[in-house]
Design a protein around this ligand. Structure first.
Ligand code: NAP
Length: 253
């Protein structure tokens, strides 16, 4: 039995480690976006598949028994592609997605938006924003060259950023004290983030709440029409006896 894990998240790495420890043949797939990815145990491959056709070919070629889509909640394209590829090849597929922050005690005080440009509009009054929406969204904020934006990224930005912007390069998990210090040291007056969920990056939101700093948060895209699991333990159990594809919507071609 070969399990393909679409990864790039802490949960994907934990799942690979658990399955490999159980003697399961695992291939973890990474997009190759970060320069030094932490590679999970088991086999790994890096780079895109070449769309739905390439992914379907890959599933057949590698005789993949089942797929766990454990990509980031905002990696919408690969999540859509794997639904189609799995459907086409009759490969059992499940989605592992950590719960978002809708249940956070302060979530009702945040401004929820649907994308990066709506986030910029909602955060417009801020003069010292803390931007943690990811490298791919930076273009949407170029109009803010006149303000002191603090950006946090894993890897350096691909393009030159406005002169007044400051960049912090780091990778979570982040703790409350450090996050609070960043917010106060930089005089942050609004935080922009995505509903990534989990515990690794939530501390900034706790600190913002305590300091009275407004939060603008981008809501998750629609989940795919497949069985959704919230924990690595559930995914491990599913991999032991993967069920058939379970689309809840109309069949996808
Ligand atoms: P995306 O927009 O959904 O995908 C764009 C393309 O990248 C896909 O069509 C696919 O190329 C390739 N790709 C994405 N994930 C892949 C994977 N695990 N293995 C092989 N190819 C993959 O994805 P994204 O938002 O750029 O995210 C890329 C990766 O970074 C994901 O694996 C995700 O888990 C991780 N990540 C994303 C975020 C985020 O905020 N988006 C945050 C943290 C980590 P082909 O069409 O050629 O197959």
């Amino acid at each position: 039995m070969t399990i393909l894990i679409l990864g790039g998240t802490a949960e994907a790495r934990q799942l690979a480690a658990s399955l490999v420890a159980d003697g399961v043949d695992v291939i973890s797939s990474l997009a190759g976006r970060v320069s030094t990815p932490s590679l999970p145990p088991g086999r790994a491959r890096v780079g895109g598949f070449g769309g739905v056709d390439g992914l379907a070919d890959y599933l057949r070629r590698e005789q993949v028994s089942a797929v766990v889509d454990a990509t980031h909640p905002f990696a919408a394209k690969i999540t859509k592609n794997v639904v189609q590829a799995a459907n086409r090849t009759d490969t059992p597929l499940v989605r592992l997605e950590r719960p978002g922050w809708r249940e956070h005690p302060r979530s009702s005080s945040w401004t929820w938006v649907t994308d990066a440009s709506a986030a910029r509009a909602a955060a417009e009054p801020g003069r010292r924003p803390f931007l943690t929406t990811g490298r791919q969204s930076l273009e949407d904020f170029q109009a803010w060259a006149d303000r002191d934006v603090l950006v946090r990224l894993v890897d350096p930005p691909a393009a030159l950023l406005p002169q007044r912007w400051n960049v912090i390069l780091s990778r979570g998990p982040y703790r409350y004290a450090g996050e609070r210090k960043i917010l106060t040291d930089h005089g942050i007056d609004v935080i922009l983030t995505k509903d990534s969920g989990g515990t690794h990056t939530v501390a900034k939101l706790d600190a913002a709440g305590d300091l009275g700093i407004p939060v603008v948060i981008i809501a998750r895209p629609e989940p795919p029409p497949v069985l959704l699991l919230k924990t690595v333990a559930e995914a491990v159990a599913w991999c032991r006896s993967p069920r058939d594809l379970r689309f809840v919507g109309p069949s996808i071609t």
